[in-house]
Write a protein that binds this ligand. Structure first.
Ligand SMILES: NC(=O)c1ccc[n+]([C@@H]2O[C@H](COP(=O)([O-])OP(=O)(O)OC[C@H]3O[C@@H](n4cnc5c(N)ncnc54)[C@H](O)[C@@H]3O)[C@@H](O)[C@H]2O)c1
Length: 309
């Protein structure tokens, strides 16, 4: 699959927007990097997937295969789509392996220091035209772009979890993002059968600016003894028709990610209404991060999830 866009005739700096996207690098093979690699490979693009350890990428490719097979069973894709898509995914042991990528999507842990270091290291290895995107849930795109040598070719590309199922991708321009780059990435996202919502670059953008304070409030509701874990989730599922309860959803997102987003909102908007609930902090300090560590507001180690309070 190649995605191309017509270039507007205007002067450019050193980094020209590439005209096509053929190969995409993905940094971070956690739940989001895995989902992103899945949809990009199915979209017909080559994918190079990187994480701190090779085992993490192996695990990720295994998850992708399982999920694709399930999609084929359900008739969402064909059996014949699976093998070629998996063949398009390769392991990137380091950032040098991204040298021939046209676009790199960073989906590492939601921690600004980690992301800044990744982008600083990454730029040393890239060709001039390579475009950069971050899947951050909350951190300023403009600030992350400023750590690179190509802020005009840097964008927020916020996929939703689980990526193969969710229709939306938020696109967020940094202050310097080039119009051609924006158009090209929009075409790319749409080629993955996703819909785009454009957000301005403010803390947590649109979806998480609204969603995460709701989840944080659910944790306060638990903390203050207004309801139990089960009562809170049941209330929001049956009383507000949410498909998942807020605490179940927090476990699904990852409590570390939820806490990071609340910290970005609290600090970025200097408003006490975004204060992370101390109980959320305690869970993260315990390493009870939700589904990914088998324990959060529910314990997932048994046959069915059991509330932890
Ligand atoms: N979880 C969600 O629901 C969700 C939704 C949308 C966006 N996001 C965003 O996506 C990003 C990833 O979140 P996630 O839920 O996949 O987290 P995760 O904890 O499942 O995965 C993060 C991965 O990044 C890897 N990593 C950390 N430092 C790295 C480095 N220096 N180089 C390479 N890999 C590194 C970790 O080993 C881990 O595999 C975050 O920015 C998060 O805010 C998350």
């Amino acid at each position: 699959m190649n995605v191309a866009v017509k270039s507007a005739e205007k002067p450019k700096g050193e980094h020209k927007t590439p005209q096509v996207i053929k190969k995409v690098g993905v940094i971070g093979a956690g739940q989001m990097g895995t989902g992103i690699a899945h949809v990009i490979a199915l979209g017909g693009y080559s994918v190079a997937l990187n994480d701190l350890k090779k085992e993490k990428v192996d695990e990720s490719v295994h998850t992708i295969e399982k999920f694709m097979r399930r999609q084929a069973e359900k008739g969402i894709i064909t059996e014949g789509d699976v093998k070629p898509a998996l063949k398009r995914i390769s392991y990137a042991p380091n950032f040098e392996a991204f040298a021939d990528c046209d676009l790199i999507i960073e989906a590492a842990t939601e921690d600004e220091a980690i992301k800044r270091k990744i982008f600083a290291d990454l730029c040393k290895n890239l060709k001039a035209g390579t475009m950069l995107a971050t899947n951050t849930s909350s951190i300023s795109i403009t600030r992350l772009a400023s750590t690179t040598d190509r802020p005009e070719h840097f964008i927020g590309m916020h996929f939703m979890n689980p990526v193969p199922l969710m229709e939306l991708v938020e696109l967020i321009r940094g202050i310097a993002t080039d119009d051609d780059m924006f158009a090209l990435t929009r075409t790319f996202v749409e080629s993955l059968n996703k819909k785009v919502a454009v957000s301005e670059d403010f803390p947590a953008f649109i979806v998480n600016r609204i969603l995460l304070p709701m989840i944080n409030e659910a944790v306060y509701t638990l903390y203050e003894g207004v309801g139990t874990v089960e009562a809170i989730d049941k209330a929001m599922k049956l009383g507000a028709h949410h498909p998942m309860g807020p605490l179940e959803l927090a476990d699904f997102i990852g409590l570390d990610t939820c806490l990071s987003v609340m910290q970005v909102l609290y600090e970025g908007l200097s408003d006490s209404k975004y204060r992370p609930c101390p109980l959320l902090v305690k869970y993260v300090e315990a390493g009870w991060l939700g589904r990914k560590t088998q324990r959060g507001f529910y314990d997932y180690r048994g046959e069915k999830p059991v509330p932890t309070r």
